[in-house]
Design a protein around this ligand. Structure first.
Ligand code: CMP
Length: 143
């Protein structure tokens, strides 16, 4: 089953949006397969955003990601990469449709609340970086 990596960024955590964001993914029908509140260091943030290292906003982006704890998650379900990006909305909150997370809760591209993998391949890499032990093993005694 397809998985994606979703990160609630420091502004989303600080503004108390964690429950709201998790609720949206749960209510859509996706399954939570990994979750941690974590503060990352500069080297880790640079690795996560390595593809953007030539961009003029790279240093500011890294500073922002290390400015406070983030919530890192693995979500699973049919077409979760593409559908997750639709739930999140456009990267620039000014372009994000009303009803999407960024459309409802952000105004600044540099403080856009949440990250979601942009492809199945990126999801595989990002899950490997953030969850080196993989997803939480699923076992239920609730029969
Ligand atoms: P994210 O989905 O985490 O992927 C890359 C991030 O780079 C993006 O969200 C934004 O937070 C950030 N970003 C992209 N473009 C710009 C920009 N022009 N200025 C500042 N930050 C940007």
């Amino acid at each position: 089953m397809e998985q994606t990596f979703i990160m609630i960024k420091p502004d989303g955590v600080q503004r108390g949006l964690v429950g709201e964001i998790i609720g949206r993914f749960e209510k859509k029908g996706f399954s939570l397969k990994g979750l941690k509140l974590i503060s990352v260091d500069r080297a880790f943030a640079e690795k996560h955003y390595a593809d953007l290292s030539a961009k003029p906003f790279f240093n500011g982006l890294v500073e922002y990601i290390i400015s406070g704890p983030v919530v890192a998650m693995i979500w699973e379900g049919k077409n979760v990469v593409v559908t997750g990006r639709k739930i999140i909305g456009a990267t620039n909150p000014s372009d994000a449709a009303p009803g999407t997370i960024r459309g409802e809760y952000a105004i600044d591209i540099g403080r856009n609340v949440i990250h979601g993998s942009d492809s199945v391949e990126s999801a595989r890499k990002e899950i490997g970086l953030w969850f080196p032990d993989g997803a939480v093993p699923w076992r239920s005694n609730l029969e």
